[in-house]
Write a protein that binds this ligand. Structure first.
Ligand code: XAI
Length: 586
């Protein structure tokens, strides 16, 4: 990849007056007011001498199991901040927990981002450490920080240790989807399933697969927003604590240099991240989150960029759901720096992209080695040579839909089949186990009304399970199409994020049982075989059966959420609103 422009960052002179001195740096009534209350925490007076005040933005919550260990990690960050001469102040933000939140954690990502943005701007903070883990916490924190643009750095909670059930690796999420299909096919008993449950989550941390949590930790590192090596260290490994400690030290210098998200998150950084996502077989959720982050930092990135940049990227990380290993093995093999080095050497990365370390991404990885070539594969043994996210277009998805080739079945990538339509998730649940359902393995399952407005929130239901009568034949995959997302831990020939979504009157809304649907991944085509005239007539007669929410956050969400093709952010949250110090409070 050619280097069109070099990232030249010029650090600001130090010492200088920071924004926190507006609160703490003086002798007026208001300065004393701000300081004196803080001192109830036992903070010595000299901590308010103009040194960098660093927020530790913590998504700790027992309702977010993947982040339940972040209090301890925050303490390690504090050690580093104090050591480097800063004042750490930890604060909580809304914690978006994937495994418990209903209707879906995605409905709360933008709310959390708003929480982060307002907390950063309204408080006496000069920089922030973003403590994230579970899927949505990473993008939410980055989105909020980008809209304020004070120095910010991510430290992830890290993945869980490998799970094992009867000698076999149990991957978070991936095993759950597999086993529940095995039950429907009659290949596993309910008792065994319950026994397997005990082995699924055996330590603190987020999903041990290359699900969305590990993908987004990898994206933070790929974008240059975390220290090199951050993504893969297991949550309980002592080196995770070291990473937190070093991150604490680093943010203080970032504040002194005034190294901001907008310095790191250039178009080049996003291009690198998209390519790295293809190489790791990362979650389709990254598409939405990176588009949303780009929107906050003012980088012009669109859905087609995902296709263009990912086309020639081989998936070399042999992790579930695309491959066979788990994050623990990825870490032992050398982790993300090895993947970055490989892509850079292949000429597929912008080597000069700046990272939060102050170094280029290439300088961070040039000395690393691959310690296990069965986990990080040589390119000739890649899981797929074309691993980047595919963007499909056609009369069924005028603004695009996505598919993850590394998790799909090669024989289904070109397919024509009869549509079996589910009007919404309740319709799907009511019909899927019915032996009389008119469906066979050549059909295309179509699920409507699961997009941002439709579900609401765009739930991870796109990898809808197959009908038991088909599973019993030993068939494990069928083409499925929806406006939903899917878990990063899921797999299958699943077309997702169809835009415009059904609830917004997209063409998906008017697909009928029996229509013929064509998927051609090579040609990037997704079509329903009806004439333009028929499509226009159906759309003109379409009316939603969904009721619009009348009040509360759900109404705000419904009225302002944008399509998946632009990142599903709120229309009024796009962009950076800066870090100007607001009026005083008294
Ligand atoms: C909860 C999960 C399994 O993390 C999922 O949301 C994902 O996308 O990976």
């Amino acid at each position: 990849m050619t280097e069109s422009s070099k990232n030249i960052f010029v650090p600001k002179p130090w010492p200088r007056k920071l924004r926190s001195t507006e609160w703490f740096g003086g002798t007026s009534r208001d300065h004393i007011y701000h300081r004196s209350w803080m001192k109830n925490q036992g903070l010595p007076a000299d901590l308010f001498d103009g040194r960098p005040v660093i927020g530790i933005c913590n998504t700790w919550s027992q309702l977010t199991p993947c982040n339940a260990h972040l209090r301890e990690l925050a303490d390690r960050v504090k050690h580093g901040i104090y050591e480097a001469g800063g004042l750490p102040l930890e604060f909580p933000v809304f914690s978006v927990g994937e495994s418990s939140l209903r209707p879906t954690a995605m409905m709360y990502r933008n709310m959390a981002a708003m929480d982060v943005e307002e907390a950063l701007r309204a408080n006496p903070l000069d920089g922030v450490v973003l403590l994230a883990g579970c899927d949505k916490t990473t993008p939410a924190l980055l989105m909020g920080a980008c809209s304020v643009d004070i120095p910010a750095i991510v430290v992830s909670g890290g993945p869980m240790l490998n799970g094992y059930f009867r000698g076999e690796r149990v991957g978070s999420g991936t095993a759950l989807w597999q086993m529940s299909e095995d039950i429907k096919a009659g290949n596993m008993t309910q008792e065994d399933f319950l026994e397997a449950e005990q082995s699924m989550s055996r330590s603190a941390g987020s999903c041990n697969t290359m699900g969305t949590a590990s993908t987004m930790a990898s994206m933070a590192e790929a974008l240059g927003m975390a220290l090199s090596g951050n993504a893969a260290i297991p949550a309980v490994d002592s080196r995770r604590r070291v990473m937190a400690h070093l991150t604490g030290r680093r943010i203080v210098d970032m504040v002194k240099d005034d190294l901001k998200p907008s310095d790191v998150l250039t178009r080049q950084a996003f291009e690198n991240a998209i390519r790295i996502n293809g190489a790791i077989g990362g979650s389709t959720n990254a598409v939405i989150h990176l588009l949303a982050i780009a929107g906050r930092v003012g980088v012009d990135l669109n859905l087609d960029d995902w296709d263009k940049l990912g086309q020639d990227i081989a998936t070399i990380v042999n992790l579930m759901p695309s491959g066979k290993y788990l994050m623990e093995e990825f870490f032992y093999a050398g982790g993300l720096p090895v993947v970055i080095k490989h892509l850079a050497e292949a000429g597929k990365l912008h080597k000069t992209a700046l990272t939060v370390s102050g170094e280029s991404i290439w300088n961070e990885v040039k000395e690393v080695r691959n310690w296990n070539e069965d986990v990080i594969l040589p390119v000739e043994k890649a899981l797929t040579q074309k691993g980047g996210i595919v963007v499909l277009k056609g009369n069924l998805a005028p603004q695009g839909a996505v598919l993850k080739p590394s998790a799909a079945s090669a024989h289904l990538l070109q397919h024509r089949g009869r549509a079996v339509v589910f009007e919404d998730i309740d319709d799907y649940k009511a019909k899927i186990n019915d032996e009389a359902l008119d469906i066979d393995e050549h059909c295309v399952m179509v699920l409507k009304n699961c997009g941002p407005k439709g579900y609401p929130g765009m739930a991870e239901v796109g990898n809808m399970g197959l009908p038991p009568k088909i599973l019993r034949k030993g068939i494990k995959d069928m083409v499925r199409i929806s406006d939903a997302r899917m878990s990063g831990t899921a797999y299958g020939t699943v077309v997702l994020h169809t835009t415009p979504e059904a609830a917004a009157g997209g063409p998906l809304a008017v697909v009928k049982n029996g229509d013929m649907i064509e998927l051609d991944v090579e040609r990037r085509c997704l079509r329903v075989d009806i004439t333009d005239k028929e499509m226009a007539t159906r759309l003109a007669n379409w009316k939603t059966h969904l009721e619009a929410p009348k009040s509360g956050y759900i109404k705000l969400f419904h009225d302002h959420v944008q399509g998946a093709d632009t990142g599903a952010d709120f229309d009024f949250l796009k962009g950076c609103r800066g870090a100007a110090v607001p009026k005083d409070s008294h």
